[in-house]
Design a protein around this ligand. Sequence first.
Ligand SMILES: NC(=O)c1ccc[n+]([C@@H]2O[C@H](COP(=O)([O-])OP(=O)(O)OC[C@H]3O[C@@H](n4cnc5c(N)ncnc54)[C@H](OP(=O)(O)O)[C@@H]3O)[C@@H](O)[C@H]2O)c1
Length: 500
Amino acid sequence: MANKNRSQWDLGRFIETLTYFEVVPLINWIQDLFQGRTKDNQNQPNGAKQVGVILVAGATGGVGKRVVRRLAERGYRVRSLVRDIERGRSILGDNTELVVADITNPETLTPLVMANIQAIICCTAVRVQPKEGDTPEREKYYQGVKFYQPEIVGDTPENVEYRGVKNLVEAAAKYLPASGEKILFDFTNPSTEMKNIWGAVDDVVMGGVSESNIQLVEGTALFAGNVSTANSGGFASVRTKNFSPAFNLSGYEGIKLRVRGDGKRYKFFLRADTKWDGIGYSYSFDTIANTWIDVRIPFADLVPVFRAKTLQDCPPIATNQISSFQLMLSKFEYDGELNPQFSPGGFALQVESIKAYGGETLPQFILVSSAGVTRPGRPGINLEEEPPAVRLNDQLGGILTWKLKGEDSLRASGIPYTIIRPCALTEEAGGKSLIFEQGDNIRGKISREDVAEICLQALQQPQACNITFEVKEGEDRANSIEWQKLFAQLQPDSASQRQL
Ligand SMILES: NC(=O)c1ccc[n+]([C@@H]2O[C@H](COP(=O)([O-])OP(=O)(O)OC[C@H]3O[C@@H](n4cnc5c(N)ncnc54)[C@H](OP(=O)(O)O)[C@@H]3O)[C@@H](O)[C@H]2O)c1
């Protein structure tokens, strides 16, 4: 007679589990063949850079479109804020996600535009065009090398350069992760890839009958099910497929989970190899019933385990190649010890986000402003020698004055920022040596290509945090630029400059 405690083991679910995680490539291959599926690599997050989105405002502009192109080329996830979707598509092609908004209207800066952002690059500008009208060749773009009498068309500098930038800064403050944090999964705004990357791994893989699943519910991932100890089982879990390529989290201290549970103790696993049954690095954490909490999981406190047995002499996790995550409710702690908070039956754990924390602070808001913003009305300025925007500031609706106010709103925001003030912009190819200065005194020109590159470089330079600087190109071509050195010579803005 069969053991009364033995419940029916489900072979089908076992195979489903393994197949989902592509542990049995042959079965997948047969299914693909049979069901006519094609491999969808888009369901894999593509490594560290791809995790958070870089939002580019003014993406259809001369600098903005180059920023978008360069970000896409280097594997960033780019979202372009545009006012007109057709225009956006025709200028930017398919390299970028497009969202429609107008920075002068804060109501358009919706979660669709702002969610999941890691940083913002703002290249917006009020429309200035040659008085004779902008020709199809867009002569405006040659103002850096040739002079055309300019005029403002459309919205005012006050609205775009000040109020618009301020609106974007205020929205950014709400949505950007805390400095030093990187969003890995934000379930408040799930992408399709997130839906397809998590799957259940229950004790069915060992003969048990526990059952769980993960669903997107009310802006969270809900890990719920039923844990049974029948058939010597006693765990339920959800695991990601292997990230491809892996997340590089070196430089971070650990993982932060935002969760609401049921008072039970759960485990979170990280893996740094792509083996199905390899070493897991585990951390147990208690939840408080019906209460949102942040759980910090320091990499240094992870316990290396192989099937819940702790491993001695195991190296710390390779944080530069995190390949999968797993959430588990188990009857056991480690080495046969029982989970003190365990009871069989139903359970539920909601996860709002998974972030890396403790990384270095990098600029999160890059603003392309302009050289000359402090010059109108400044004593000792010889207008004859100044560029048109300084000379014509009043006729151009106070363009530079409002740009400075836009800068001020960013400096006072508390967001780590870089403010780039280029001299006259050109459509030339760039690649010249660059001269960075502070104090707003230099005159000259610089290619929009080079300004775009400075924006990208600033994203990666801790030394670029909270600085405001002017830039122009030098005479000679630069074979390579020592970015770190260039940024290191600049002074961060003082506390008084960072107050309104
Ligand atoms: N021209 C120069 O010599 C010079 C010199 C120094 C600094 N700068 C500054 O450098 C930056 C980049 O210049 P650029 O020549 O690349 O600019 P641009 O070609 O004129 O592009 C401006 C961008 O801003 C967008 N925009 C305008 N108003 C907007 C709004 N309300 N909401 C959302 N987007 C809006 C435009 O979108 P649409 O396509 O929808 O119009 C366009 O994409 C600007 O801040 C500019 O002032 C220029």
